[in-house]
Ligand binder design. Structure first.
Ligand code: MN
Length: 216
């Protein structure tokens, strides 16, 4: 599977490097937030996932994708911990690899699908922002492709993932406060507006093509 989401990797999981400089997303996301979010928060999910699997060799060969899609097959004593931390690893790998300095562009096929579904890119942004604001507490908003090849905006709580819902992710925003509090304080709306400048539309377009191919 073409990705840098670690989906094909297994125990021991490793923190992937940030695919750009820590200050690359300034002024939309500040350097210190990127350092703490990637080097500490993301690292903690990696460490906790490895710790959960340390004494369970039967599951150490399971890829991240297999763990996320088969949570209910895991022994009860590690099920919740693996769900939260495998989810945290996937969601953060997705988040960081789907950001980029301004200048990325939508493919024609994704632009057309967004226009057909939401009316225009501006209308999509408005709906995405409303959904991202509606997340109560910690979680994510996503643009996903469903099994009928339809685009949908969904939200997930905590470290739940669209994979567990059999939905294929195209875009995602992390709306946990650790993603924005230092710069945007409690004003999630401003962070969402800034995120639209640095969401990686080249990568979203690749994700869309990949999601379409996966359904066929
Ligand atoms: Mn986060």
């Amino acid at each position: 599977m073409e990705n840098n989401y670690l989906l094909n990797t297994h125990y021991q999981f490793e923190l992937p490097p940030l695919p750009y400089a820590y200050d690359a997303l300034e002024p939309y996301i500040d350097t210190l937030t990127m350092q703490l979010h990637h080097d500490r928060h993301f690292q903690t999910y990696v460490d906790n996932l490895n710790a959960a699997l340390k004494d369970h060799p039967d599951y150490q060969s399971w890829s991240l994708e297999k763990l996320l899609r088969n949570i209910n097959w895991l022994p009860e004593e590690i099920r919740t911990t693996v769900k939260n931390n495998a989810g945290g690893v996937f969601n953060h790998a997705f988040y960081f690899s789907n950001l980029a300095p301004p200048g990325t562009v939508l493919s024609e096929s994704l632009a057309m699908a967004i226009n057909a579904t939401f009316g225009s890119y501006e209308a999509f942004q408005k709906e995405f922002k409303t959904k991202a604001l509606s997340v109560f507490g910690s979680g994510y908003a996503w643009l996903v492709l469903d099994r009928d090849r339809g685009l949908r905006i969904i939200t997930t709580a905590n470290q739940d993932t669209p994979l567990a819902l059999n939905l294929c992710p195209i875009m995602q925003i992390d709306v946990w406060e650790h993603a924005y509090y230092l710069k945007h304080y409690n004003v999630r709306a401003d962070y969402i507006d800034d995120w639209f400048h640095i969401v990686n539309l080249d990568q979203a377009s690749k994700n869309y093509a990949h999601c379409l191919a996966e359904i066929e």
